[in-house]
Design a protein around this ligand. Structure first.
Ligand code: B16
Ligand code: MG
Length: 220
């Protein structure tokens, strides 16, 4: 791997899958407080987007008028308590296919590894998945603009003092790919979504062999 010095990973949808748990927590909250059944089609708007932004988009799509910031924060905290309960049993078996091999390969090649997740629960989940030893840095999403803003990925670059051309980043959500591209970093799209702005798209990280990775790094 030529000049790539840093790999930045999103969490939900790349390292593990917590999308169902996030959305189930929102659904329970909306039923309890607003008597509204959230449609499954709205889930996509919450992927990769911060907790508060997810809440705001769900309120807007459900035509609920809520403009008291304190109440919004309080309900978002309640959703987080439900979510934490739902992920309390997560362990190594919840790591997505191909992740461990890729992390090992990057370590063997002395490439730094960072986590660029919008989730404030990321350090907790990484511990549960027993992956702490692989990560050289975990971005703190607190007080950063939500994806698609580039802030989270730029923070990882700045932490190591690397240029955007020296990094590669992995994302499963449209907002996340936009965030990577806004930071001018090479974007690997992961999963079933179209992710049309990704530089390369794989269904699963299992598809990335050392040979294909070398190719990506060389730009051919
Ligand atoms: P939290 P990612 C994102 O994770 C989730 O996809 C998104 O649904 C969630 O709202 C966001 O984290 C914030 O999570 O409530 O735990 O702080 O894809 O950026 O790893
Ligand atoms: Mg994600």
């Amino acid at each position: 791997m030529n000049n790539i010095k840093l790999a930045i990973f999103d969490l939900d949808g790349v390292i593990t899958s917590t999308t169902k748990e996030h959305y189930k927590a929102w659904k329970l909250l909306f039923i309890k407080h607003f008597g509204i059944r959230l449609d499954p089609s709205l889930e996509v708007y919450t992927k990769g987007v911060s907790r508060i932004e997810s809440f705001k988009v769900l309120l807007e799509k459900s035509k609920v008028n809520l403009d008291d910031p304190k109440l919004i924060e309080c309900l978002a905290n309640e959703k987080n308590e439900i979510y934490k309960e739902l992920i309390s049993e997560f362990d190594e078996t919840k790591i997505c296919p191909g992740v461990l091999d890729l992390l090992k390969y990057l370590k063997q090649n002395s490439i730094k590894i960072a986590l660029g997740s919008a989730s404030k629960n990321a350090p907790f989940l990484i511990r549960k998945l027993k992956l702490e030893s692989y990560f050289d840095y975990i971005v703190n999403p607190e007080e950063k603009n939500s994806k698609p803003a580039p802030d989270i990925f730029l923070d990882a670059l700045n932490h190591f003092g690397y240029k955007s051309s020296e990094a590669i980043a992995f994302e499963d959500a449209e907002a996340g790919i936009e965030s990577i591209k806004n930071a001018d970093i090479y974007a690997v799209g992961v999963g079933d979504e179209e992710l049309k702005d990704a530089d390369i798209k794989v269904k699963s990280l299992k598809e990335l062999t050392p040979v294909s990775l070398e190719k990506i790094m060389r730009g051919n």
